[in-house]
Design a protein around this ligand. Sequence first.
Ligand SMILES: Nc1ncnc2c1ncn2[C@@H]1O[C@H](COP(=O)(O)OP(=O)(O)OP(=O)(O)O)[C@@H](O)[C@H]1O
Ligand SMILES: [Mg+2]
Length: 384
Amino acid sequence: MPQKELSNQEKSLYYPRQQYLDLLRRNISHRKHTLLLAPRGMGKSMLVRQFFEAEKKDKSAALNRTFVYLDLARVSISPENFTQEFIGSVAHAVQRAKDTELLKYQDIDFLLQQNISADVKEILASIRNELQKIKPDQRLILTQAFACAEQLAKGYNKQLVIALDDAEELLGFDNYPQIRDSVQLFADATKKSSSVSYLLVSSFTSVMRKRFSQTLEVITLEALSAKETHQLAEKIVGKMDERVAVQLHHWCAGIPSVTVALAEKLVQAHINVKDVVSVQKIREVFAQEIASPESQIYRYAKEEFFIALTHARGASLLKSIVRVVALHDNLRLTEIARKVYRSGPVTKSLLDRLGEVDLIKKVNSTFEFHSPIVKNWCKTTAVC
Ligand SMILES: Nc1ncnc2c1ncn2[C@@H]1O[C@H](COP(=O)(O)OP(=O)(O)OP(=O)(O)O)[C@@H](O)[C@H]1O
Ligand SMILES: [Mg+2]
């Protein structure tokens, strides 16, 4: 799926995060493979789109660069399908084909008829050969998919920047017995690439950092500061009183998607954000939103919560812990253990699992939610 350009409305609301654009630019120009991490809604995908657009406009940098964006959450993630969609997207991009032709490019026979180098043809022929077997060697075809991108770039004398969004999907390859270690496979297949830079993007911050930090340069996209929240919100609501903006930042925790959603709600509710008396109103509107199933903030928190719990091992056991941490602030391990009637070591292992999926974190010696929005939602809805 080619990346959609930012619409005019998105451009007018976009709050530039220059320091991250600079970091991405530095990594790419040094041909370093990068892992961009941040919780959901923090603006990773928008940042990548913005980065690509800015780079395309920079004529000196863009001259021989090609940008490819693949959202792995939308790609069928068996090794066979990934290989075809990945190679197809890369070939489609280097040949600057029309968007409507993307599907054709995912057919290896079609690619073999194209005017491409003998090296690429050789790789494609061996992949096709493998795919025709009853049991293709999945490790081989994935390795060759990455090699093919490198050769395609070389053949067209391009530097390729390939963004793989929702890159945690790659870890799903570990379930295939011939692969087992997708991270090692990716590292081996891409470590010598001189014409392709990879940009992996994910909201599964703990597991991805743990698995990839040896091989990739990690960039963590942080929450907006109070000043940044103020500036972003003003694009939507117009001039704001400083104290009202501080209150907005407090409730939205610097998360751009939540900030945009609440700011839009303030406009709809005709809240006078220039007047300091509205400080109280922000709290009321936020409280309403987080309790209304049809609101964006409710959906955001619910999704965060369920995605985390679905990925945590032994989900049902964990709910009692989550509940305790939602209803109390700054509890220590022994206090949580007492409240859930479990031993210290059992409770610790449960808390570790909630840490692996970025729901709960340890701050000094107490436990807290990663996201205050999700904590607030759990409290409000008593979901757990
Ligand atoms: N820099 C920004 N300026 C203005 N709005 C932003 C910015 N970053 C994010 N947003 C808002 O937040 C929403 C979510 O952003 P985005 O989809 O990029 O987040 P994400 O980190 O990729 O989330 P996910 O992990 O769910 O894919 C955007 O649709 C937009 O409304
Ligand atoms: Mg995204």
